[in-house]
Design a binder for this molecule. Sequence first.
Ligand code: NDP
Length: 297
Amino acid sequence: MSSVAFLGLGAIGRPMATCLARVPDRTLAVWNRTQDKAASFAAEHNVRHAFTPADAALGADIVITCLPVSTDVERLLEGPDGLLSGMRTGAALVDCTSGDPATSRRMAARLAERGIGFLDAPVSGGVMGAVEGILTVMVGGDAALLARVKPTLAAFGKKIVHCGPVGAGDALKAVNQVMLAVHIWSLAEGLLAATAAGVKADVALDVINASSGRSNASMNLFPERVIGRAFPRTFRLALLDKDVGIAAGVAREHRIPAPLMQLTADLMRVAHNALGEEADHVEAVKLLEQWAGQEIT
Ligand code: NDP
């Protein structure tokens, strides 16, 4: 029987942990910064509520974290209540945060001093993908360690890919997020222009979705959320801003010319600042609508 700890029961962490709770022959401990969420999760799923990160890690073979940014995870490592106080030699920390490669490398080095393995393992597929247990998991780190933890990650991941050394998963996730941001922003600009030229937005989307400009944004996000004006809050714009900033940083670090990434990072920062911490990522279109003085209808 393997023993797993999960830390960070947020929008995506909670359904990921739910998938783990359903696996028989595995013990699960959960920790969350706001304790009530961990307490209610533990009661609902009959798993152990841990009061500190160290307590969660006690006896665990695999500790999984899913927090907003890598430095949040790094801060959980140290101190008497920190993960390092609870984790045993030979255990593994799998960080499913959409993190940044430099912090992941730093954490991997710190954990290695204690004989603990580290994988950066950000996920994609959204909250629904997590609920259904069909996320894509992009992993950086030792391939043999991944082979060991893969059966556990399979509880919430359908496609689990070894991407390269520590930080590779983070880098690839951030690059994917640039595509997401570009598709949302450029589609909003395009639909505003088409609407002004007399094309109804649903007609424009219908045509784009049968043409070469289609994307997940045009096929799924906009029909459901923008045309329907629903804007459910599933993935915060603040997190997309963070992701695109990481990608722009990776390009800069490796001296890759990436003017579109840098511009997208600037636009996401402006939208995040304008719309606040709780806005959903798709709500970025509202800023463009404001600038254009019209809605996408
Ligand atoms: P949320 O903002 O919904 O949840 C964040 C979680 O982290 C909460 O459990 C929160 O605790 C906890 N937390 C926040 N700050 C700290 C801190 N300083 N120390 C300890 N715990 C902290 O985020 P998501 O669940 O949406 O995202 C988590 C990660 O997954 C992010 O990196 C995001 O980019 C990525 N991701 C999210 C997706 C989505 O669709 N939502 C899709 C793919 C990746 P508390 O309850 O106390 O606030």
